[in-house]
Design a protein around this ligand. Structure first.
Ligand code: F6P
Length: 510
């Protein structure tokens, strides 16, 4: 049967910038969600018809969105997928994305607030919240248009709607209510079926922390997600915190099934306002064959050669992150500093490749954090550099093939987030590693649930423990490193995007 799928997310698979001559230069979106959805949709095959609704993020995106509204374009195909970009008013978008999603919700869900001074939910936040409502409404309206258009066109096959992430917590409820108004029937009972899924790629916060939100906001976000039939998370911890919030904040009826292993599987069920939402875990891993194939390309090999020349035959500690506050890059550098300071035997014998790519530079906190990263990197270099040894290579310009090359060469991979929904680098690294890499992994990453047995787990706040783990990883015997690396790669390959997305679609009906 024809599978009809609608995806909604803030960031889409491609975003545009204007070139110097006014031409449109596309670039593939970053982050785990894009990788999972793009590859997951591709794996559905020709039987599926999918449309991806996303926000126009830049002026160039807006130009593309307007051109497609008014005239024939390329059918909106990006990465082979029909994409509809929403031209949401810049002020609404800025408030919803930068102020609510990234400054309030991201900090809340990762528990990043510097609580003696932040957050402050005053009048300005209430204005921002109105924008978040309008932004979610724009998505719900677009989903309704697509759903009704497809209903008329296809006539058969259930529609599945997959709404992504903390930007769009309200959209599931809005979409459900609108569809039910338009069709005059209850979803899932009479009338055309539409299974609604929401997936949160971030952690979820426990009720004591979650309650920092203004009451009406905290309730609205939970109620919004509970408009979905399925709510998904990468790890049981986050799913369980969500259930706790539903019980504590909404007083919803929550039952728990618990997960037998690291997932996927159902974790519980919430009954609220007469509707049941199943809560489940779907860990997202990698398509190992495709990743290895990409790493064999000439551009990756050329970078690998250049990195090897720069590092010589020294051991390599690699990290690859967007410069998110949650990624804990500053403590990672502090741990490397402590390693060199307390274990002089590694001086001259190891190089740290730290790739910290730009992220959310519209936010002052992110700019300040990027400055801290650069400053600490400079201090390490100045303190330890010798005539023939550079202890640290910090790269801040995003370069995907170079990242793959670094992972291929890594002896040690450092992934130490303060908190992370899943973390793909922890999985891509072992898959790409040529000699098997040791993984120093934060116990606060969702990926720790699946990778714990073969990684060296650390408390991300404990710099000394992280330095110790780097030391253990560097001196790990070759055979053990290869064995652990192979086991990590096998675990990462067990949940490819096709399984991650396919599992969610299967739960939403035939
Ligand atoms: O990687 C976690 C994540 O929440 C992704 O799901 C999402 O794509 C990304 O972060 C959002 O980041 P950005 O603000 O750069 O789009």
């Amino acid at each position: 049967m024809n599978q009809r799928v609608l995806v909604a997310s803030n960031r889409g698979p491609v975003s545009y910038q204007f070139g110097a001559d006014g031409s449109l230069i596309p670039s593939r979106g970053g982050g785990g969600m894009i990788a999972g959805v793009t590859d997951g949709l591709a794996a559905l095959g020709p039987e599926a018809s999918a449309t991806w609704i996303c926000a126009a993020l830049s002026d160039a995106d807006r130009a593309v969105a307007r051109a497609e509204e008014t005239g024939p374009g390329d059918g909106g195909l990006r990465e082979g997928i029909p994409v509809r970009m929403l031209d949401i008013a810049p002020d609404i978008f800025d408030r919803a994305y930068n102020r609510v999603a990234n400054s309030a919700l991201w900090f809340l869900l990762h528990q990043l607030f510097d609580t003696p001074s932040q957050p402050r939910f005053g009048r300005e936040f209430r204005r921002d919240w109105e924008a978040y409502l309008a932004y979610n409404e724009a998505f719900a309206d677009a989903l309704i248009e697509e759903a009704l258009m497809r209903e008329a066109a296809a006539g058969e096959g259930g529609l599945r709607v997959l709404i992504q992430d903390y930007h769009l917590c309200l959209a599931p409820r809005m979409f459900r209510d609108r569809l039910s108004d338009r069709l005059g029937s209850q979803l899932g009972e009479a009338g055309p079926a539409a299974g609604i899924g929401h997936f949160c790629h971030t952690p979820w916060a426990p009720p004591d922390y979650y309650r920092m939100l203004p009451d009406e906001v905290g309730r609205a976000l939970l109620d919004g997600i509970l408009g979905a039939d399925r709510a998904g998370f990468h790890a049981e911890r986050w799913a369980s915190a969500f259930l706790d919030c539903c019980a504590a904040v909404l007083g919803a009826d929550v039952s728990r099934t618990g997960l037998a292993g690291p997932g996927p599987g159902p974790v519980g069920r919430v009954t609220y306002r007469g509707h049941v939402t199943e809560v489940a875990v779907h860990p997202l891993g990698v398509d190992a064959a495709a990743l290895r194939e990409r790493a064999r390309a000439g551009d990756v090999r050329a970078h690998a050669g250049a990195l090897r020349r720069a590092a010589g035959d020294r051991k390599l500690i690699v990290r690859v992150d967007r410069t998110e506050l949650s990624k804990n890059i500053v403590r990672g550098l502090a741990a490397y500093h402590e390693l060199l300071a307390t274990r002089p035997q590694w001086r001259g014998r190891v190089v740290h490749l730290a790739f910290a790519y730009p992220s959310r530079s519209a936010l002052a906190e992110y700019r300040a954090y990027t400055d801290q990263v650069r400053e600490l990197a400079r201090e390490i270099t100045e303190e330890f550099r010798t005539a023939d040894w550079d202890p640290l290579i910090l790269e801040v310009k995003d370069d995907y093939p170079r990242s793959l090359a670094a992972c291929a060469l890594a002896d040690v991979l450092l992934v130490n987030p303060i908190r992370d929904g899943m973390n793909l680098v922890a999985q891509e690294g072992p898959v790409l590693s040529e000699r098997g890499c040791a993984l120093v992994l934060s116990r606060e990453a969702g990926a720790a649930a699946t990778l714990a047995a073969d990684a060296l787990l650390v408390n991300p706040y404990d710099v000394t423990e992280t330095a110790d783990a780097l030391h253990r990883a560097l001196e790990m015997p070759d055979a053990e490193r290869r064995r652990r690396g192979a086991a990590l790669a096998a675990t990462a390959a067990a949940d490819p995007p096709a399984r991650w997305l396919g599992g969610q679609l299967a739960e939403l009906g035939p």
